[in-house]
Design a protein around this ligand. Sequence first.
Ligand code: SAM
Length: 621
Amino acid sequence: MPLGQRAGDNSESRYAGCEILRHTDDIEEALSSSLSAGFDFIVLPLTNPEYRPSKNAGLVPPFCGSDLVFSSTQWSSHVVGKLSDWIDLDGDDDVARLDSELVLKKELSWAGHLSVQACLLPTPKVFGCANYARCVNQVLQGLGNMQVCKRDPISNRLLNDSWEWWHMFRTLCEYHSQLGVALDITASLPPASAIKRWIGEPLKAAILHTSAFLTNKRGYPCLSKRHQSLITMLFNHSVQVCCSCSLCFTFDHWTDNGNSQDPLILYRDYVANLYRKLDPLTTQEQFELGYRDFLQAPLQPLMDNLEAQTYETFEKDATKYDQYQNAIRAALVDRVSDAEASTKTIVLMVVGAGRGPLVRASLKAAEECGRNLRVYAVEKNPNAVVTLSRLIKIEGWEDLVELVSCDMRHWDAPEQADILVSELLGSFGDNELSPECLDGAQRFLKKDGISIPSSYTSYIGPVTASKLYNDVKSYNDLSHFETAYVVKLHNAAPLAAPQPVFTFVHPTDNTDNRRYKRLVFNFSPDTGSALVHGFGGYFDAVLYKDIHLGIEPSTATPNMFSWFSIFFPLRTPIYVPAGALLELHFWRCVAPTKVWYEWSVTSPTVSPLHNPNGRSYWVGL
Ligand SMILES: C[S@@+](CC[C@H](N)C(=O)[O-])C[C@H]1O[C@@H](n2cnc3c(N)ncnc32)[C@H](O)[C@@H]1O
């Protein structure tokens, strides 16, 4: 029974499981009692732990039951396989190691035969787990659809940081996309930033031990505030919770009152309660759900002509146009005093007018402040011009708006503009070539004219995002590792605050749009070590004076969905030790027909220069 239902959210985290600790021959009973306690699946030991190939040579391993115990649908939807805990592949005892190797492979093969969706691998006995990783990696090479999750404690007293353990293992397995991680959550938790790092890892499940719970005044289990916010964060990132009764409290009053049910039901109810307390998804979140961690090629609105569908999406973003309207109104009021309002007419040019929303915002702003406008709507996409021309007729704007079907860089304007309004911004600010277009357009802006936006700045920050890395890797070529992607970053963890990269100001005396920036990011020692898969890119634009618009996380405009972040991948992920610095170099390069970025890391290790000469990714002029 799902934990709850949030409108529009069909994530896996609705389903909770329960760990069956001991091997049982009666797995039907194990499943049916867990289902009646409200769980959706069980994590089940697949083999009798007494079995050792060296002692039971020639025998068929005592698996739990036969595949006929459940239908294949039941196996795949209600059972997660658990490999034998005793498996130790890196110990000194040769017999135990070979036994472990055989059992690991037999159990995974059996799990594949049953079509269970996932299997849990036991936590390694020692940090150096090369042989364990080698055996798992061999299986991964020919694995069907099953996911294999390595179990690691979120807190590890032996090692300080269990992430290192996971990192060694998955590196040995070459970041295999079917290898995930399941975190054991007990009473002690690492610092918040160290926990957040896991969001960028292929984190599939959290095994919530009863020892993580406190007991409330009424004797019922409850979680600390920190544990609550951890579970909430996991729910929001599609991680499934699985309760484990490794240390069950005895609820005297519970049993005294004649309840015969498994006390784990109380923990499940508590978890379900937390799920039901999740904030409902906002309209924006519902819109973004399908785009989460999905790589998209950035638009090229200069070189290509946008389609109706794209304009339609833009036009739904009321916040963006409200911000423009506010900025235009403020500029009009500054430009024309109240005394001049009835006599003076302002020449406003919307350059890159699309299907007209900024024309509408300009006319509304003028109406609001009682200023007179003459508008030129300049658009180079002949298809958008068709709609724009119709709009002018429908709205009766013929006397106010002149339509110009032309590239702004080549238009011979009949007069100079007081205000130039444009929205040519990409997720990284200048990546849709706003600087080049506006440098062309400022020819027809009066010397003291106003550009809206007046400036924009790109921002960049290191992220751990294993899903994105694997998605780029799956293309199996170099060029996809040297391409920037528009993406709604979700299962991605920022590792340091984004920093400003390039700023462009309009109008400008300097039309050289080549740029270079060296950035140094400080990794907090609290976060622990981390793997950088690439960089999240954002922008902030000053429309006019204090009216801004942007997606840089610390100042992002609320309720605006026109832009997702941009992701610049790294060909090889970079390991950054706890508290170390990361040095990034970023270039904006310009040639007669194209603009492109190049990037590289020089510390703590050196990456190749990405995208030399724009060989893999460029934006056409
Ligand atoms: C991001 S869209 C914005 C459209 C519209 N202003 C809106 O907010 O929905 C940018 C528009 O600028 C147009 N554009 C880009 N470069 C241009 C250029 N050099 N001259 C004229 N129009 C251009 C594109 O065709 C596109 O319609």
